[in-house]
Design a protein around this ligand. Structure first.
Ligand code: RB5
Length: 152
């Protein structure tokens, strides 16, 4: 599995924590930035960078951190093929994979602490999509994208 990871200034420190998890798990990753927590940046830029890496197929999954995880999820979900789930607890992390086949995880550095974020990422990386009835629903989400003319 290859993972693209990014954050805004609010999520920078948590991104660095989550890169440690990826290293521990032996997962190859690309960090699209931001590269420090001091300079204020705009979260859609980093959300889009991660989302495009996943949507293109170059990377299997994406992880994005901002203050709440909300802004980056909204932005990432504008890219066709992206199913970004903002999960600030472990149950949602597991279910976002099993039911929603989420290909991007977002977390909020101002909502949860690093230990919870680390656990969320581990669970999210290990959980598999259950398919079955959930596939039909994922297909309907793709159909909404088609009707809305979402970006490539
Ligand atoms: C930045 O101040 C903050 O708005 C951002 O990190 C995020 O929480 C947006 O959803």
């Amino acid at each position: 599995m290859r993972v693209a990871i990014g954050a805004d200034h609010a999520g920078y420190a948590m991104k660095e924590e989550l890169k440690d998890v990826l290293r521990e798990e032996g997962i190859e990753f690309l960090d699209v930035g931001t590269m420090n927590g001091d300079e204020s940046v705009d979260y859609p830029d980093f959300a889009e960078a991660v989302a495009r890496k996943v949507a293109s197929g170059e990377f299997d999954r994406g992880v994005i951190v901002c203050g709440t995880g909300i802004g980056v999820a909204i932005a990432a979900n504008k890219v066709r093929g992206i199913r970004a789930a903002n999960c600030n607890d472990t149950v949602c992390a597991r279910l976002s994979r099993e039911h929603n086949d989420a290909n991007v995880l977002t977390v909020g550095s101002r909502i949860i602490g690093p230990a919870v974020a680390r656990e969320i990422l581990k669970i999210w990386l290990r959980a598999d999509f259950e398919g079955g009835r959930h596939s039909r629903r994922i297909n309907k989400i793709s159909e909404i994208e088609e009707r809305s003319g979402a970006n490539e």
